[in-house]
Design a protein around this ligand. Structure first.
Ligand code: GLN
Length: 197
């Protein structure tokens, strides 16, 4: 199984290192045609508006087809790209996960922080819920979760969803590649295993 990490912009290298550490074969994806040769994709953090610009219409359409067919994991800006509805400002999403997500949703003072959230017991993680370090960097907030969406991690007093999955697509508003804990990437590898074709 080969996993691609979208390497147009942003912190793709930390994902590459993490996935390799977990034994995966990783390629950095810089051209749309490379999508044909991979079994799953990670879309890293960065600036989602810039991703859209760099992808262009053709890259966006190609990626849209890809996420319907193969497991994909987006973190932060990657989660924004995967969403069905994007606010602040409104922007196109791939519609791969039925969520409404608000960009840069935390006030200035706490716009970047390390917090302790919970990794829940889910179809991708068969242990009881437990604490998980979460690095947020100018993070978006998931404001609505559709009925077909499974919440896999939460944060804060209100147990706000911060990692979700729908079908073969997973998204997190934080940066698991920047923490030592490997469980979130392992959950994605479990998802890839499940949809192995
Ligand atoms: N603020 C960025 C955006 O709106 C996301 C930040 C990140 O990926 N760390 O696209």
């Amino acid at each position: 199984m080969t996993i691609g990490v979208l390497a147009l912009q942003g912190d793709f290298d930390a994902h590459r290192r993490r996935l390799e550490e977990l034994g995966a074969e990783v390629v950095l994806v810089k051209k749309p045609e490379q999508l044909d040769a991979i079994d799953g994709l990670v879309i890293p953090g960065g600036e989602s508006g810039t991703f859209l610009k760099l992808l262009g219409q053709e890259g966006f359409e190609k990626l849209k087809q890809f996420v319907r067919l193969k497991p994909t994991f987006g973190t932060c800006a990657g989660a924004i790209l995967l969403a069905s509805e994007v606010e602040n400002p409104k922007q196109a999403g791939l519609g791969a996960i039925d969520i409404r997500i608000r960009r840069n949703a935390y006030g200035r003072q706490i716009d970047s922080s390390i917090r302790e959230g919970r990794l829940l017991q889910s179809s991708l993680h068969d242990r009881p819920g437990s604490a998980l370090e979460m690095v947020f960097i100018r993070a978006p907030r998931i404001e609505r979760v559709g009925s077909g969406v499974e919440v896999i991690a939460t944060e804060g007093k209100e147990n706000a969803p911060v990692a979700v999955r729908q079908g073969k697509v997973m998204a997190a508003t934080f940066h698991p590649e920047l923490s030592e804990d490997t469980r979130v990437h392992r959950a994605f590898l479990a998802l890839m295993e499940r949809y192995r074709s």
